[in-house]
Write a protein that binds this ligand. Structure first.
Ligand code: ASP
Ligand code: MG
Length: 452
């Protein structure tokens, strides 16, 4: 049996009309047997508000009311609201109970269960929308199969157990009905199975994991943009959707700031060579982007990506001259402080590196602590620069195609380029520019590389 997993993001399941557009997509494609949903747009953010310490009672009640309004607006549009009203009632009273409990006992475990309620509601509602179309469907509690560790808020799925559980409990259901299940959430191995979450935006990851576990033929990520674009269309109005792209290129783009895909989404699909489709549930007729293991004739230039808010660390030491071990010492210090380095360039007595804020084990701001800077200062002079942006040209054979530098540098001529990285990867050429010039650089590169 060929199997497709379709995932719908928060805006795609925001209300009854949006859910019906998604139901059309599912029902038009008989191979789609598993539907993974995010919480209806806005609901997870509201739940996050409830999972804060010291929420005053009037505020708590106001948030509960907003969540109920979003969910009941969908129930009320159903031809037979009774089909799912009791389920939604009980899920919402669980939100009430959990949010009270969190105020008394603010644990990460309770926060995760609270956060999981959005997906529990949207999956129940989406299954009802499918049933309303006369097709057998039910909501499946993904916690029965999505086994994770107990790192609440950022739980890691246990791939082997997920596969065993999904094969045993989920697969047999698919021949009789369309299964609607929750993205973003899982459960640990505790006897009661504590609810966990995979991190904000984790639903794409859930869909890819389920596709991997069941060896699906494809996973579709339905969102509010018709695919992956050559660059952000707000920066270059002539940006176009890319019909087909390789896993390597897509992963590069995600790493370098393209927002369509959660970077980790790609990993389970890469492992199993499952193709991934990205499209807009509002306009499925526009098509979208297929991400495949291999594509025919990959072009030299594929896209331009932009990542703002970059910090550059410049280290200078005369000890480096004709010496050994300086880089080892520097990286050991950075690793000790759980800092992930992104780009790096070196000269005889200087090292420049940018900090990868997403990979570093810190919540952004606290990345460069005083302690770390002091430690580095013990063996070199440290300069920190911020307000920088990373512009990445993504493509293929970049390091081995003649003429690329000439073309890129002529575009960059009027700009001050703070750092360049080229040569390590065949898939990218990166330049670091001042934040204030970033939009112009992206637009100019797009014009020169894609609009001729
Ligand atoms: N609902 C979760 C969030 O908003 C997960 C997701 O949408 O992917 O982060
Ligand atoms: Mg989302």
């Amino acid at each position: 049996m060929s199997l497709v997993v379709a995932k719908f993001g928060g805006t795609s399941v925001a209300d009854y009309t949006a859910m019906n557009r998604c139901a059309d997509i599912v029902l038009n494609h008989p191979a789609t047997r598993i539907v993974v949903v995010s919480a209806s747009s806005g609901v997870t953010n509201l739940l996050v508000e409830l999972a804060q310490p010291n929420v005053i009672e009037s505020q708590r009640l106001a948030v509960l009311k907003k969540i109920a309004q979003i969910q009941y607006a969908i129930v009320d549009r159903l031809a037979r609201p009774d089909d799912v009203a009791a389920t939604v009632d009980s899920l919402l009273s669980r939100v009430d109970v959990l949010s009270q409990r969190f105020q008394l006992e603010p644990t990460k475990a309770i926060a995760d269960e609270l956060l999981s309620m959005g997906e529990q509601c949207s999956s129940a509602l989406f299954a009802a929308v499918i049933r309303e179309r006369g097709v057998v469907s039910s909501a499946f509690d993904v916690r029965q199969v999505m086994r994770t560790d107990s790192l609440f808020g950022r739980a890691e799925p246990q791939i082997g157990e997920l596969k065993t559980l999904a094969t045993e409990k989920l697969l047999p259901l698919l021949s009789q009905q369309i299964i609607v299940t929750q993205g973003f959430i899982g459960a640990d191995a505790d006897a009661d199975g504590n609810t966990t979450t995979l991190g904000r935006g984790g639903s794409d990851y859930s869909a890819a994991l389920l596709a991997e576990a069941l060896a699906a033929e494809a996973v579709e990520i339905w969102t509010d943009v018709p695919g992956i674009f050559t660059t952000d269309p707000r920066l270059a109005p002539h940006a176009t959707a890319i019909p087909e792209i390789s896993f390597n290129e897509a992963a590069e783009m995600a790493t370098f700031g393209a927002k369509v895909l959660h970077p980790a989404t790609i990993l389970p699909a890469v492992r199993q060579q499952i193709q991934v489709f990205v499209g807009s549930s509002k306009a499925p007729e526009l098509g979208g982007t297929w991400i495949r293991h291999e594509v025919e004739n990959p072009p030299v230039y594929r896209a331009v990506a932009l990542r703002r808010d970059q910090t550059l660390l410049n280290l200078h030491s005369l000890q480096m001259l004709h010496a050994q071990g300086f880089l080892a010492q520097t990286f050991a210090t950075l690793a000790k402080h759980k800092i992930s380095v992104d780009l790096i360039t070196t000269s005889e007595v200087n090292v420049s590196l940018t900090l990868d804020k997403t990979g570093s084990d810190s919540s952004g701001q606290g990345l460069l602590t005083e302690v770390l800077l002091q430690e580095l200062s013990q063996h070199c002079r440290v300069r920190v620069e911020d307000k920088l942006a990373l512009v990445a040209i993504i493509g293929n054979r970049i390091a081995t195609t003649a003429g690329i530098c000439q073309q890129v540098f002529s575009v960059l001529a009027p700009h001050n380029v703070r750092m360049i990285c080229q040569g390590a990867s065949p898939h990218n050429l990166c330049v670091l520019v001042h934040e204030s010039e970033a939009n112009d650089v992206v637009a100019a590169l797009h014009r020169s590389l894609f609009e001729v």
